[in-house]
Design a protein around this ligand. Structure first.
Ligand SMILES: [Zn+2]
Length: 253
């Protein structure tokens, strides 16, 4: 069974001590694709370097938290990084009004300019949205998007929102939260959009599945996400994995 992690940060310090083992466990569990995600310019360089070391891919971008500290020439820098054959997306980019670590206006401005960059480069986007579904949707709906547009990472809204983003052409990134006992709303969204519109992700080191809550997440745990999706959709797990791999090929390969 081929498993894929479309959103991880394997270069973050919490993976430093046993990274070789983390990657080994992922590959032993069938891991064939991993998209390692950057959150600012320096971090994106590192994300790419680590991705290449293990034969994986990277996304480069400025996370909404980091937008206020972006260098003036960030678009130029991202463009240079995106020239690398292993950079398969622009991200993570978006809006985060939950922590509001950067002013909303700056978040919106950089979200827009990075969408436009991705469209110009013909690369999909990896979108981070927290407590900002209205504004993020407005921006995406009114933008010229890459084709295919990309993924709404760690999707966490209801099925109505799920359908709206799917209608724009996005895949929904589904990870650890789908296994949380109280999260019926997310399982309902998965049921409504179906396996052809989702991608699996860990957000390693964050958002571990239920049985590892409070601990570090890692890419091999994708199999617990697949198990839950298979249960929700009542499709054999091998088929879920196969169809999600097909989605990955469509967006990133
Ligand atoms: Zn992330």
């Amino acid at each position: 069974m081929k498993i894929v992690d479309t959103h991880a940060h394997i270069h973050f310090p919490r993976c430093r001590n046993d990274l070789e083992d983390i990657i080994k466990r992922f590959k032993e569990n069938g891991g064939v694709f991993l998209l390692n995600i950057g959150v600012d310019i320096e971090d994106s360089k590192k994300a790419l370097e680590y991705a290449k070391r293990f034969g994986f891919y990277a996304a480069v971008g400025i996370h909404p938290h980091e937008t206020k500290d972006a260098p003036q020439d960030f678009l130029q820098k991202l463009m240079e990084l995106a020239n690398d054959e292993n950079v398969r997306a622009i991200g993570e980019i978006g809006l985060d009004y939950y922590r509001n670590l950067s002013p909303k206006e700056i978040q919106k401005e950089l979200f827009q300019s990075q969408i436009d960059l991705a469209t110009a480069l013909g690369k999909p986007i990896v979108v981070h949205i927290r407590d900002a579904y209205e504004d993020a949707y407005e921006i995406l709906k009114n933008s010229e998007l890459p084709d295919p547009p990309g993924v709404i990472h760690a999707f966490s809204a209801n099925s109505e929102w799920a359908l709206k983003f799917v209608k724009l052409g996005f895949f929904l990134g589904i990870g650890g939260p789908v296994t949380y006992p109280k999260n019926d709303r997310l399982r309902e969204a998965v049921r409504v959009v179906g396996v052809d519109n989702i991608l699996t992700e860990t957000d390693c080191p964050y958002l571990p599945p239920q049985k590892f809550r409070g601990r570090r997440n890692e890419p091999s745990y994708i199999r617990f996400i697949l198990e839950k999706i298979a249960e929700v959709l009542q499709i054999p797990i091998e088929e879920v994995a196969e169809r999600i791999y097909k989605n990955v090929q469509e967006v990133f390969l």
